[in-house]
Design a protein around this ligand. Structure first.
Ligand code: GAL
Length: 416
């Protein structure tokens, strides 16, 4: 569907192009949790921005902490305190729409989408995640996959095991490895990485449709299948390291590289870490498979940036978003990040074997959204679910955890 007549689009694009190249000396503050080991992809994008707008001083403000656990809290105080960054990272989906858009804090970027012709280059489903009330509220820079199981191919060969395809098979493999002296066949890290694992176990138990029903409010958390998912999650956690709460996701990934543990379930930013930071080759340095029970399903999330109302450097921020949504920007960022481009026209020759396989799965798999990374659940659910996992780990009471999750879902109006 054409939203704008071609001539008008061209005129508008020309006008905006003038604005962007004419940008005089200025500043830009971008805000994210991509620091340290997570930084290189963003830095590549900042470098491109500086080439295009050499007179703009870029403040690449980051608050470290995987999955944005710390950054989101800082962002909240800044947004509520009236000092928003010029542009900030937020996951496409409920994290953006259910929080900042419903609160009326974001600018509608519909005009930018029209002038850049972006209505044609982003997949429809992804557009659905960033659109509401007739507006488009952020620019997605990537698509990450959450349901990936990582391993070290040489170590699996040495142990004589292969990547399990179901959670039942996983538990058998876990016992085999324990008998061979591997104390923790699975490595997990701090709380959010346990939630991340829970998500994969639950999708592997309920199937993609069952997962969607949960977030549509059609299936209750107290459903026996969900309870069974919690029980399996408990057994899977019995295969894990005992020092999980002190490990970042990168430290957990390190234990795959050094062969301390056999498996880690993590999003494909781990591929970025393995290739960009650790300089490992896909297939030899690290291996991957869909997390058990989720073959044929792609659990997606997308990092996006928006323009908060009251941004001090609005023109510079718009130029940042323009770059972020461009083909050149996405193909500079994503090969380093481990994600694939959100755009459908990216140049796959720039991507490694892992990313090419993710791109192929993105096209042919059943797509569902990640809870932990903002796509399907309201922020009020996400921010409190960590406590449900902590309590479950202490009690291993699956019924109790399911009931607590349902209470949370009701309070957060999941599916309404
Ligand atoms: C996710 C984010 C990824 C990556 C990961 C680990 O929430 O979408 O881009 O940063 O956290 O921090």
């Amino acid at each position: 569907m054409k939203l704008f007549p071609a001539k008008k689009t061209a005129l508008l694009a020309a006008a905006l192009a003038v604005t962007s190249t004419a940008s005089a000396a200025g500043k830009l503050e971008i805000f994210s949790w991509w620091s340290g080991d997570e930084g290189p992809a963003l830095e590549a994008l900042v470098k491109l921005y500086k080439q295009r707008y050499p007179s703009v001083a870029v403040d690449n403000a980051t608050v470290s902490g995987g999955a944005g656990t710390n950054a989101k809290a800082v962002l909240k105080t800044r947004m509520l305190g009236g000092t928003p960054p010029d542009s900030f990272q937020a996951h496409a989906g409920q994290e953006l729409i259910g929080t900042w858009v419903v609160a009326g804090r974001m600018e509608d970027l519909g005009g930018l989408y029209k002038s850049e012709g972006w209505d044609k280059v982003f997949p429809k489903d992804l557009m659905g995640l960033i659109s509401s009330k007739g507006g488009v509220w952020s620019v997605p820079v990537n698509v990450h996959r959450s349901n990936v199981m990582w391993y070290n191919p040489a170590k699996l060969r040495a142990w004589g095991v292969t990547a399990p395809k179901t959670w039942t098979e996983f538990l058998t493999t876990c016992n085999t490895l324990k008998r061979k002296g591997v104390a923790a066949p699975l490595v997990v890290g701090e709380n959010w990485t346990q939630q991340h694992l829970w998500e994969s176990v639950m999708i592997g138990t309920l199937g993609p449709q069952g997962w969607q029903n949960l977030w549509a409010g059609k299936t209750k958390f107290t459903d026996p299948k969900v309870v069974a998912g919690f029980t399996t999650f408990g057994k899977v956690m019995d295969c894990a390291n005992k020092d999980a709460s002190g490990l970042s996701w990168q430290q957990a990934s390190d234990r795959i590289v050094d062969g301390t543990s056999a498996f880690n379930i993590m999003g494909d930013w781990a591929a970025g870490y393995f290739t960009t930071t650790k300089k490992l080759q896909p297939n030899s340095g690290f291996g991957w498979a869909a997390s058990p029970g989720t073959g044929g399903t792609f659990v997606m999330l997308a990092d996006s940036f928006g323009l908060p109302k009251g941004a001090k450097n609005r023109t510079e921020a718009l130029n940042w978003l323009r770059l972020m949504g461009s083909k050149a920007g996405q193909d500079a960022f994503n090969p380093l990040k481990g994600s694939i481009a959100a755009r459908t026209d990216s140049d796959l020759s720039k991507y490694n074997t892992y990313s090419k396989s993710a791109a192929a799965d993105w096209k042919r798999n059943k797509i569902v959204g990640s809870m932990v990374h903002g796509a399907v659940a309201p922020e009020s659910f996400m921010s409190a679910f960590g406590a449900v996992i902590d309590q479950f780990m202490a009690s291993k009471n699956a019924q109790g955890a399911a009931a607590a999750a349902q209470q949370l879902a009701t309070r957060s109006r999941v599916g309404q």
